[in-house]
Design a protein around this ligand. Structure first.
Ligand SMILES: Nc1ncnc2c1ncn2[C@@H]1O[C@H](COP(=O)(O)OP(=O)(O)OP(=O)(O)O)[C@@H](O)[C@H]1O
Ligand SMILES: [Mg+2]
Length: 230
């Protein structure tokens, strides 16, 4: 516990990168994490199998629609955090993972297509919440943002989410070479050589800010649940 599910019906939205970055950052804080890869393409499994993956990140690879519920339940018993990386479609495995989530993070880059797909994912989360008769918290993580400017399209998309009452993480994941580099070289952004990869320090502080915000969100959701259950 808790289970954080990265979902977006759009391929390439940034799920795997966000899952890996959050897992890496949590791993720096003396905790245990299971990373479940339920995408047939196994992108996060490939990263976790490279040299340098922190030993407190346990990988469950090749999770499928038949195994995902059991994989999540087992992982919840064994590690402090469970992160689930999913494929970029709305499949049975995606719906199942969402049904077990304490928090769904849906990814959105600054295009209208991304925003529309994030809205579709939110609809799926709300449908699963109805089926289960429980709240399934979710928030949008804006990703591949530009640290220098917020383009008008991105501002418009964020305003639309706010108007619809959709929560957006204050931290966005900035487009950084360091986040791409760990996918190629393995390990965490903390292991990257700043002489070889640009912006490592900034990527580290970005990842840290995201982890802090996610943990705060999880804590406040837990408090809310406790208050609701007296
Ligand atoms: N914050 C970022 N900075 C730099 N590159 C990024 C960032 N986020 C994603 N990317 C790049 O964008 C591409 C797609 O990202 P990613 O693989 O994380 O998306 P995905 O949602 O997991 O895709 P899929 O649906 O295919 O699994 C990758 O090449 C990745 O390196
Ligand atoms: Mg992926």
């Amino acid at each position: 516990m808790p289970t954080i599910v990265f979902a977006s019906s759009k391929g390439g939205a940034g799920k795997t990168t966000a899952a890996i970055v959050l897992a890496s950052e949590l791993s720096q804080h003396n905790t245990t994490i299971t990373l479940i890869d339920a995408d047939p393409n196994q992108h996060s499994a490939k990263w976790a199998q490279k040299d340098g993956c922190p030993t407190n990140i346990k990988l469950i690879e090749k999770s499928t629609e038949e195994t995902i519920i059991e994989d999540i339940d087992t992982a919840q018993e064994k590690t402090a955090f469970v992160l689930v990386d999913l494929e970029g479609t709305a499949s049975m495995a995606v719906a199942s993972a969402i049904s077990r989530a304490d928090l769904v993070i849906t990814l959105c880059q600054g295009s209208q297509d991304d925003a529309d797909e994030a809205a579709k994912t939110i609809k799926l989360v709300n449908r699963q919440a109805k089926v289960l008769n429980r709240a399934i918290p979710y928030a949008v993580l804006m990703t591949r943002t530009n640290p220098a400017i917020t383009p008008r399209t991105l501002k418009h998309i964020m305003n639309e989410f706010h108007a619809a009452g959709v929560e957006i993480f204050k931290t966005s994941l900035i487009d950084r070479e360091a986040f791409r580099a760990i996918r190629s070289f393995g390990g965490t952004i903390h292991d990257l050589d700043p002489a070889q990869v640009s912006g490592v320090e900034k990527a580290v502080s970005n990842a840290h800010a995201l982890a802090v915000e996610v943990i705060e969100k999880i804590k406040s959701l837990k408090k809310e649940r406790e208050l609701n259950h007296g």
